[in-house]
Design a protein around this ligand. Structure first.
Ligand code: UFG
Length: 346
């Protein structure tokens, strides 16, 4: 390869996209962001420039805009696409299902249509452990039956099926489906991290906001699950490990690997109380909590068998829960309001 391969990141300014941007740049790729900034902040671009010491290529716009996506791909001779852009709040998807079907399915459809008009047939897709529904046993392997319990989960499942259909129609397509478990933590610089809008849905951003004094206490949803301490168990994975999984996926596909679907987790479960204790230890801050009723739709336990990703991509997670907590805290304590007060220029 004479020049670095350009990789299009739809939703590249978001939490997972921004960390993957850094990992790709450091691996010698040229990442190009497409983002409509509906759930992200332009200020992240300054931070990416500071971390990578490189200009940040970014186009503002929607992945649903086929003409824009096509032009962008041609202009940058895109070799592979990572499709992060999508809504991800389970509760919101129940309240506003059409918003989810429109954005998540419409976005994927438009992207595939735009790609069809370019030479690029290489795509990595952000799927989720949500496609396993309530697993019958643990750990979860990729051949477990898939199901869905909300419109968000349904969109992930249908997107996976859309990719299977295009692969079937034309073997030139190479797709990598990454089923994320519970991404958490932040870049060790403390410059980029998770910046949810409004009340955080997920555990770690809620914990960090309690620790920084923005919320009085954490509600722990359920204390009577069939788990060692009664609280829900999940496979938390450091965002830096997740970002590296994307680099490994792109590298494999560009070297001609067959399409794959893999779990991206650490292969170990931690309870809500484990997270609270690890966070208190890492931050030195107390995290007051109260037990509350179970949250609708939550499963007791969910953790991956992560061995297929190791076998196919030679990737495995290396960061501990302590590192996830330390990095999440560095981000939150350095940026109590996230990106809110950062001037947006790049
Ligand atoms: N939890 C609390 N209090 C909170 C938030 C969460 O006790 O304020 C608990 C939950 O009940 C659960 C655990 O913390 O036991 C993790 O909850 P998250 O909301 O952080 O993560 P989920 O596993 O529920 O959801 C994640 C993704 C979803 C995805 C799902 C299944 O956020 O997008 O995994 O893959 F659908």
């Amino acid at each position: 390869m004479t020049h670095p391969a350009s990789i299009l990141l739809t939703g590249g300014a978001g939490y997972i996209g921004s960390h993957t941007f850094v990992a790709l740049a450091q691996a010698g790729f040229t990442p190009v962001i497409l983002d409509d900034f509906s759930t992200s902040n332009r200020a992240v671009l300054n931070r990416l420039q500071r971390i990578t010491s490189q200009p940040v290529l970014c186009q503002q716009g929607s992945v649903a805009d086929r003409v824009l996506v096509h032009d962008l791909m041609q202009r940058h001779s895109i070799a592979a696409v990572i499709h992060f852009a999508g809504f991800k709040a389970v509760g919101e998807s129940v309240a506003q299902p059409l918003k989810y079907y429109d954005n998540n399915l419409g976005g994927m459809m438009a992207l595939l249509r735009a790609m069809e008009r370019t030479p690029c047939r290489t795509l990595v897709f952000s799927s989720s452990a949500t496609v396993y529904g309530d697993p019958a046993s643990l750990p979860i392997t990729e051949n477990f039956p898939r199901s869905h319990t909300n419109p968000y989960g349904h969109t992930k499942l249908v997107c996976e099926d859309m990719l299977a259909a295009v692969r079937e129609s034309n073997p030139a397509w190479r797709t990598g489906v990454l089923r994320y478990f519970n991404p958490t933590g932040a870049h060790p610089s403390g410059l980029i991290g998770e910046d949810p809008t409004g009340l955080p849905n997920n555990l770690m951003p809620y914990v960090t906001q309690v620790a920084v004094g923005k919320r009085p206490f954490l509600n722990i949803y359920g204390q009577d699950y069939a788990t060692p301490d009664g609280t829900g168990v999940r496979d938390y994975i450091h965002i830096q490990d997740l970002a590296q999984a994307h680099v490994a996926a792109v590298q494999a596909l560009l070297k001609g690997a067959d399409s794959f679907t893999v779990n991206v987790g650490i292969g170990q479960g931690h309870s809500v109380l484990d997270v609270v204790r690890a966070f208190e230890q890492a931050s030195g801050k107390p995290v007051p909590y109260r037990f509350a009723a179970r949250r609708a739709g939550d499963v007791a336990q969910c953790y991956a068998d992560a061995s297929l990703a190791k076998r196919l991509l030679n990737w495995h997670a290396t960061h501990t829960l302590a590192a996830m907590c330390a990095d999440a805290w560095r981000w939150q304590s350095n940026n109590p309001d996230g990106y809110a007060n950062e001037p947006a220029s790049v």
